[in-house]
Write a new protein. Structure first.
Length: 79
């Protein structure tokens, strides 16, 4: 576990961040936040070419003392 830089207290890992977008809702009415990392691959859909990306869901950790929140990804998800 990582320690908070401000308080030196162990942070709580694997927190899930959810948000609600007025036009794009998941089954449960909420959508998760993710990051799109560019790759060197190209794709094509109906003749339109696009750059492929790797989508990875963001996780968060929080300090139980000061409430500081940090975003991170699992490095294994990059592979």
């Amino acid at each position: 576990m990582k320690k908070c830089n401000d308080c030196n207290v162990e942070m709580i890992d694997n927190c899930i961040i959810e948000g609600q977008h007025p036009f794009e809702l998941g089954v449960d009415g909420a959508s998760e936040i993710s990051i799109h990392i560019p790759t060197d691959e190209k794709g094509s859909f109906l003749g339109f070419k696009y750059d492929k990306v790797k989508e990875i869901k963001l996780k968060a950790r929080i300090c139980p003392k000061c409430g500081k929140i940090e975003l991170y990804i699992n490095p294994e998800d990059m592979k």
